[in-house]
Design a protein around this ligand. Structure first.
Ligand code: GDP
Ligand code: IMO
Ligand code: MG
Length: 428
């Protein structure tokens, strides 16, 4: 049995797409378990760049199966656009992609409702309101979309309610509800051949000895339960979400791999203790090209936060950590790493629960010497500068998690898997 979860250890954009794509070669199926087209997972293959939003990164490997699990919210227009773009780039999607009949359907009215929560800096894709309908038990699921009678009745009643609320709150915008309903019925016809009970499909595949890679979207600090609430997304990005979001039980999971940058970024609002608001932050943004893959917003940049990763390691039970974008730090003389928090006179070993407290936290930094040499594209651990190895060893010792893999560039071969690591065994 070899079923592994790969997910973000920070606030998203850690480079999950690249890592999932790379390792999916060694698995039979790649399954996404939460989120929607708020995710932007960049994969570079030769001179082609793909930004995957709803479709798991494994799709780029010929013959691999990809699953969109029940934990996702699907905007059918976004899904169709993504399928068309991939197919026109020569990727075979139909025949390899399976969509859960229990995933939820996102409508344009969800984007309208998002005006009520946009102040936290959301991606404005309607994700939060769609999950609100899911937990409010009035959501429309893919299985409903495929049943014209059920769909019409549900759609009309949900939309009637949305329009009434939007009008009352002064956020109504003109929506041609009938035209949208017709469009969704057309989407249904296109989606139908790909829809399955993916929980059954995945469990059967596992019984047949197939290996499944679970792909997280967002990051643990954006998780609805464990993140910096309310500055979070509306789904379970952490490891537990892989089970609820696919229907594969915890007893079938053999390992969890966290992906973290060699520094840290965040898009949107919310507390960020190690944010570098000086020239160093700007230098990271420039060297790391830190601009959102979905919204194009500049990402906020800062220093590696050990208490944060210790926290996400605890929540997810990381067996190993992938440290990405090491090359972005190549030119720093010295690299601050936050190894603890101070809250007033007290040391705070853990991430506090409230935004008010996190905002007051003072990071305690230790400075690690920079290596001032290019690591870009290095693919063997031995070829890394000694000081870069020391930096990685420092992260390893402070977080308590092995660094099993290092990424030194966007491409597949710009990666180091450390021989003898737990990660090497998990993805073998
Ligand atoms: P994801 O959402 O976690 O998949 O990450 P994104 O795709 O949003 O952002 C990561 C960005 O960094 C993408 O543009 C990747 O191509 C790029 N990237 C990934 N790994 C590396 C690396 O090791 N070095 C550099 N320079 N870029 C990387
Ligand atoms: P990937 O999978 C980074 C952030 C938004 C906002 C908050 C809530 O590429 O790592 P939402 O639209 O989800 O309700 O917005 O979450 N956010 C992300 N930040 N990477 C992502 O995805 C994100 N998906 C959502 O910026 O702060
Ligand atoms: Mg991203």
């Amino acid at each position: 049995m070899r079923n592994v979860i790969i997910l973000g250890a920070q606030w998203g954009d850690e480079g999950k797409g690249k890592i999932v794509d790379l390792f999916s070669e060694r698995f039979d199926i790649v399954a996404r378990y939460q989120g929607g087209h708020n995710a932007g997972h960049t994969v570079v293959v030769g001179d082609k760049k793909f930004v995957l939003k709803l479709i798991p990164s494994g799709i780029l490997h010929a013959g691999k199966k990809a699953v969109i699990g029940n934990g996702l919210v699907i905007d059918p227009a976004a899904l169709m656009a993504e399928i068309d773009a991939l197919e026109s780039a020569g990727v075979e999607v139909r025949g390899n992609l399976f969509i859960s009949n229990r995933a939820h359907v996102l409508f344009p009215a969800h984007r309208m409702m998002e005006k009520l929560s946009a102040s936290i800096g959301t991606t404005s894709r309607g994700i939060g309101p769609c999950y609100e309908d899911k937990t409010g038990r009035r959501g429309v699921r893919i299985a409903d979309l495929l049943n014209p009678e059920v769909f019409r009745a549900q759609y009309d009643s949900v939309m009637e309610e949305k329009v009434a609320i939007a009008r009352a709150l002064g956020i109504y915008q003109e929506l041609d509800l009938r035209r949208i309903r017709d469009e969704y019925e057309m989407f249904a016809a296109r989606i139908r051949p790909m829809v399955r009970d993916t929980a059954i499909l995945l469990n059967q595949a596992i019984r047949d000895g197939k290996a499944v890679l679970f792909e997280g979207a967002q990051g643990t600090m954006l998780d609805i339960d464990h993140g910096t609430y309310p500055f979070v997304t509306s789904s379970s990005a952490s490891a537990g979400g892989a089970c609820t979001g696919t229907g594969v039980p915890p007893t079938r999971i053999s390992g969890v791999i966290g992906v973290s940058k060699a520094y840290i970024t965040r898009v949107g609002g919310g507390p960020f203790p190690t944010e570098a608001l000086d020239g160093a932050g700007e230098m990271i943004r420039k060297r790391g090209n830190e601009f959102g893959a979905v919204t194009g917003r500049p990402r906020r940049c800062g220093w590696f936060d050990v208490p944060l990763v210790r926290y996400t390691a605890a929540i997810n039970g990381f067996d190993s950590l992938v440290v990405t974008k090491l090359d972005v730090l190549d030119e720093f003389d010295s690299i601050p790493v936050c190894t603890g928090y101070r809250l007033g006179r007290q040391e705070a070993a853990e991430m506090p629960p409230t935004v008010a407290e996190i905002e007051k936290v003072e990071p305690v930094y230790e400075c690690v010497p920079g290596w001032r040499a290019s690591t870009f594209g290095v693919s063997s651990y031995d070829d890394l500068p000694e000081k870069a190895k020391d930096y990685l060893a420092f992260l390893e010792s402070r977080t308590g998690v092995e660094v099993g893999c290092i990424s030194t560039g966007p491409e597949r071969n710009q990666t180091i898997v450390r021989p003898g690591s737990r990660l090497e065994k998990l993805v073998a």
